[in-house]
Design a protein around this ligand. Structure first.
Ligand SMILES: Nc1ncnc2c1ncn2[C@@H]1O[C@H](COP(=O)(O)OP(=O)(O)OP(=O)(O)O)[C@@H](O)[C@H]1O
Length: 229
């Protein structure tokens, strides 16, 4: 599991994460939910070691994050970080050369699934198509966990549906997924656990099915209750 224990982070003097504690399990989809500026992207970057933490610990399967994190966890940022002039085929080749756990067959399957053209250049992709290619780059790594920052941002309904379909497919399989999204209503049927972040602190963590059956509430209901209170 990816485990954060009392993780704190500050930008200059401002505390952005305050003793954030939660765990994202393998085989589960955990959704980090919060209003703009709550600290969601900072949490994901901290897990990847892309931003330092100023307190607490982050462990993956019981070990502190470190050099191996990139092999264990695929990070899919909210933008496609491929040079605009690069063809998709070349970007895939680069990934294959760089990542020892790159799964070429899965990459081909994902390219087919999303109907992407290998000859296209990254800079010419529409926003939705770039988001799909971004997912290919992340999901084709044989990692144990997948972290996604806003995979649905600015994407049309049908593309969102096909992206959501991937979550429940073999392409994700038994890996652990930790994602942030503002489109909670659309994917709440896929989420196992929700972590509500408010002003850099965890306001509530819950199992979605439990809240549905015991309290008769949707994730969006709880989110409104907690975050808009
Ligand atoms: N490079 C930076 N320098 C200073 N402050 C920053 C920087 N990056 C983020 N912040 C601040 O940290 C806080 C948390 O930002 P973060 O991007 O993690 O929020 P978020 O929950 O992902 O927001 P959103 O939903 O808008 O993407 C915000 O108040 C933001 O202004």
């Amino acid at each position: 599991m990816i485990e954060l224990i009392r993780v704190s982070h500050r930008y200059l003097c401002r505390k952005v994460l305050k003793e954030v504690t939660f765990a994202a399990e393998k085989g589960q989809i955990t959704c980090l939910i919060g209003l703009n500026g709550a600290g969601k992207s900072t949490v994901l970057k901290a897990i990847m070691g892309l931003t330092p933490i100023h307190g607490g610990t982050i462990q993956i399967d019981g070990k502190p994050i470190g050099r191996d994190t990139y092999e264990q966890v695929s990070y899919i940022p909210d933008h496609l970080a491929v040079p605009p002039s690069m063809k998709l085929s070349d970007a895939l080749q680069f990934m294959e050369d760089f990542y020892s756990r790159w799964n070429k067959d899965r990459a081909s399957e994902l390219m087919r699934f999303f109907g992407l053209d290998y000859r296209e250049r990254a800079g010419r992709l529409s926003k939705g198509t770039a988001a799909k290619f971004n997912l290919v780059l992340g999901l084709a790594q044989d990692s144990d966990y997948i972290i996604m920052d806003e995979p649905f941002a600015g994407i049309d309904l049908f593309s969102r549906e096909s992206i959501a379909e991937v979550f429940s497919s073999e392409l994700v399989g038994s890996r652990g997924v930790l994602l942030t999204t503002h489109e909670v209503g659309e994917i709440e049927h896929l989420i196992d656990q929700a972590v509500l972040l408010r002003d850099g602190t965890v306001a509530r963590t819950f199992e979605c099915e439990q809240v549905r059956s015991e309290e008769g509430k949707s994730v969006v209901d709880v989110m409104k209750e907690v975050l808009l209170a």
